[in-house]
Ligand binder design. Structure first.
Ligand code: SAM
Ligand code: SF4
Ligand code: F3S
Length: 471
């Protein structure tokens, strides 16, 4: 794929800005004050996409609500990664028939990863007639034009063509007020892990120009954001498609030179492409958090091969050992799947033993969910749900004990945290994060929000630390 075909041209983006204006003018002429509800499911990439949708909507004159019943426009920005995620969206779509009855002018959109699955868009076309607009991640930048078509023609609009994907720079973004910001540095995935739907719905890997990423991070730091996460399905292959001899470590090192008080995080890292250079760059940086989300998925080599992950248990362990040797304070998290088709109890216990051996600070654990169209969905899957649940419970038991022990070891220590939110616990009304992204619940008033503090850890449990700010 040639680079010049990947970037959406300035002229095409200008056309979309014209559509934004047309919609705004239409509402102004009607003296209407349109309200939108954008409901985002799934990963941080989808959250970042949702913020772009809100950016475009703001330009069209919309304000926002989180109550679908009060909205003129409802957008479900969906995730396709597991069946459960899809079921929730179909449930929500069903419920919207009531709000549409109350307000027949309400416009309902379904976008995101589910929309890009032909199986889903066909089902919406046939059975969810109250949905006005369906578009996949590839069409996100054309949202103003698609929405204009809905308003102008009052017809249903579907934009779900299968594409390799593009990069559209300069789309406005509505970010959460506060301290955290997301920056997509690349889109798509080339890895085709055999269980995963993402490469089918998000297209091929394409990296943003380093200058665009650097400019965005500079702006965020200047605007006071202090906790910035770089996003990609596999940030370790950033730059492969740029052909300029510039990789993810180079990008991190360049970002690190930006002056200010802020932290840089990133996710996700694929172990097959993680390098010593990356860990050395993290260790030598001023702003890159010593935190690594390095999904291993399985601790058994046969299962890893069937998953098409392209590393072994041994390679994974050697990466982790190297990373810990150059960053002794590294906070390590991972994703893991139990019950991949054909996995035996013994193989699942290899995963449990890897968890025991490594000592992850936290794990995101999933029971395998077949995704139609992926290679694994066609594999024989003899283990019962009850067996998989038993293996899964064992995994959780081991991990929860690890997390609790790792957290207990913080008691009595002083850690530097960034105060990032409020909690509903009256004894510990603020939440904060360590450099390694561990949750620390603290006492104190709202004036501490957005500040870096030294906090003495006084208590802990499996999920969080508790502490008090030092003078
Ligand atoms: N690109 C990231 C990577 O490879 O590390 C992961 C992205 S995926 C959206 C997040 C996690 O969902 C994966 O790491 C995997 O553990 C899990 N996942 C993906 N497909 C799944 C499936 N079919 N069933 C269960 N879990 C799944
Ligand atoms: Fe899915 Fe694998 Fe790509 Fe991650 S690397 S998004 S798990 S295909
Ligand atoms: Fe889900 Fe799409 Fe993210 S499938 S996990 S929202 S890339």
């Amino acid at each position: 794929m040639e680079r010049k075909n990947v970037l959406v041209s300035e002229a095409d983006l200008a056309v979309q800005r014209d559509f934004q204006k047309k919609i705004k003018d239409m509402f102004t002429a009607r003296e209407a004050h349109p309200v939108a509800c954008v409901d985002t499911f799934g990963c941080q990439q989808n959250v970042a996409d949702g913020q772009k949708l809100m950016g475009m909507l703001e330009e069209m004159g919309f304000t926002f609500t989180d109550k679908a019943a009060e909205a003129d426009l409802v957008i479900l920005n969906t995730c396709a990664v597991r069946e459960h995620a899809e079921d929730r969206v179909f449930g929500n779509l069903g419920a919207l028939t009531h709000s549409k009855k109350e307000n027949p002018e309400q416009v309902i959109c379904l976008c995101g990863c589910m929309a890009q699955e032909p199986r889903v868009s066909e089902r919406i076309k046939k059975s969810y007639l109250h949905v006005n607009l369906v578009f996949g991640p590839h069409a996100l930048w054309k949202f103003p034009e698609l929405l204009w078509r809905v308003y102008e023609r009052r017809k249903r609009v579907f934009s779900v063509d299968d594409e390799h994907g593009t990069i559209a720079e300069g789309i406005p973004v509505v970010r959460e007020r506060g301290v955290k910001a997301w920056v997509s540095i690349m889109y798509g995935c080339n890895n085709f892990c055999s269980y995963c739907i993402v490469p089918y719905v998000r297209g091929r890997e394409r990296s943003r120009d380093p200058e665009c990423v650097l400019a965005e991070v500079r702006e965020l730091v200047a605007a006071g954001y202090k906790d910035i996460t770089l996003l990609g399905q596999n940030v370790n292959s950033y730059g492969n498609d740029l052909d300029i001899g510039y990789d993810f470590s180079d990008l991190l090192a360049d970002i690190d030179r930006i002056e200010g008080e802020y932290l840089i995080r990133f996710m996700s890292s694929h172990p097959k492409d993680a390098t010593k250079k990356l860990f050395d760059t993290m260790a030598a940086s001023r702003h890159v958090a010593h935190q690594l989300h390095l999904p291993f998925q399985s601790g058994n080599d046969r299962v890893l091969q069937e998953m098409n992950r392209r590393y072994t248990r041994e390679k994974y362990l050697s990466l982790v050992n190297y990373a810990k040797s150059v960053m002794p304070d590294l906070v390590l998290t991972s994703d893991v799947i139990i019950g991949f088709p054909g996995e035996t109890e013994e193989e699942a216990m290899d995963t449990v033993s890897l968890v025991d051996e490594v000592g992850f600070d936290a794990l995101f654990t999933f029971i395998y969910s077949p995704r139609p169209g992926t290679k694994a969905a066609a594999m024989p899957d003899p283990a019962t749900r009850a067996e998989k649940q038993k293996w899964f419970d064992k995994l959780l038991e081991v991990q929860n004990a690890k997390s609790a022990a790792l957290h207990a070891a913080y008691i009595g220590k002083t850690v530097r945290v960034l105060v990032d939110g409020k909690s509903d616990d009256p004894d510990y009304p603020l939440t904060s994060r360590t450099q390694g992204n561990r949750l620390v619940r603290i006492r104190g008033g709202e004036e501490l929000m957005g500040r870096f503090l030294n906090v003495k850890i006084t208590d802990s449990n499996t999920w969080a630390l508790y502490g008090e700010a030092e003078e």
